[in-house]
Design a protein around this ligand. Sequence first.
Ligand code: 3UK
Length: 529
Amino acid sequence: MDDHAFQIDPESGKLVFTPTFNVASHFIDRHLREGRAERVAIRTDAGQSVTYAQLARRVNRCGQAFLGLGIKRGGRVLMMIKDAPEFFYVFWGAIKAGLVPVPINTILRAKDYKFMLEDSGCAAAVYSPEYASEVEAALKQAAPAPPHALRTEGEGGTLSRLMAQASDELKPCPAGPDQECFWLYSSGSTGAPKGTVHSHRDMVVTSHCFARGILGVGPEDIFFSAAKLFFAYGLGNGMYFPLWAGGTAVLSAARPTPESTFAVIEQFRPSLFFGVPTLYASQLASLDAAPRDLSSLRACVSAGEALPADILRRWQTHTGLEILDGIGSTEVLHIFICNRPGQTMPGSSGRLVDGYEARILDGNGQELADGSAGRLCVRGGSTAKYYWNNPAKTAGTMLDDGWLDTGDTYCRDADGYFHYCGRNDDMLKVGGIWCSPFEIESKIIEHPEVLEAAVVGQSDENGLVKPAAYVVLKRALESYDLLREELLKLCKKGLAPYKYPRWINIVDALPKTATGKIQRFRLREQILA
Ligand code: 3UK
């Protein structure tokens, strides 16, 4: 075998990589060798279209631009970039040049970016001009500030200008299948995100196991992911699955609403659509009002949080299509348990994806029989090796022999279907994105009238979890309407937009431990009672 290649071992079905392996060669350069140079790799709703040949040259230019800045091998490149072709250039250009791209959620606030700029010790931060105000505020506060900060385009010394001056040739930096390739930040229950370190092999494994194994992707497929590229789910759906298949990625930088997503589907006629449950729920409400043309789709996928059975059933009635619900995580990189086409069980996350193993453990680490709920642990070829700079969290999550603790409680039935039973921590998924109750509580107690606060998940009318706040005040007030308004304003201004509490309840006291720690699980029990 030439370098940068892999084979499937006919006996074990496992992927066997050449010792020298830079994943950019497979996802980017292979298409030129295989005669796809003039095929369209990317289309955008801003009217752009990029062929595989153009993509390969721009990836090289971008890698060369980073090397030209003097960024050394292994240097992190933080990416606050919208869903647009530049995202591809930066991500793959960095990897091909031996650097480590770190895509970051683009709807965060300056304080979040400051943390990641400092925690990653990045060599460069690259951002779309749209996010300049939060990112540049963070760049001013960060200590130390990264040596290089670049807007992708627009005024001043931008990446697009450096790319225009750079060579369009670049040899892949020799790496290995198990060498560090890219990071994704995963949120923690105290609000401090953890840099999750992935290797060169990991995108190959998820593409092979999930995109090929479950979806059967091929070069004719057109992919549209409403989940953005910065999210591990969207990174696969909207970028590296299409590149794996030699298909076309359709990108939209717009906020995913029923109108914006349906408009993209009608215009670009994708064969595969990827969303989160919250979006499917709002798309259904819009379909009730007016039908849309979804005839191009052959499969719809949902992940990020549990898909309520009722949403799946209503979607089937309206569109004649299934939604394949699957659970993935930043640590595993993509979906490892999933419903298969023609075999969906509404309300279940489906069965194991081939290539992954799962165990459900009790509190003592003993494996449980089918039908009992416990901690879900998973093993497979795409799991992250460690969290950056966080040996304690690494030891708690990445267990012996390659097993990973998902932090979820699951129950497997006799037919091998997995049923989600909740989180082992207090973290919430809102619209598929992590939300730390601690972070929202900290914001609420900034208000001078507030003594203490607790935030828990509560189901809305679609059965989807949203944050609910329980607030104890320092003194009684005549009316609570103004206070509720002020608290909402405080949260909407200081937190990422999806994190504000949808309900604010004023209460006399909160359930606590003897040591004074708020017991969110007891609060949840009290609400259900
Ligand atoms: C929860 C689900 C029930 C679960 C992700 C697809 O969501 C992704 O990654 P994150 O790191 O979160 C992981 C956690 O989210 N979850 C995800 N999907 C489901 N719970 N049903 C589901 N279908 O708590 C899990 O531990 O943000 C999803 C692909 C890649 C991903 N990173």
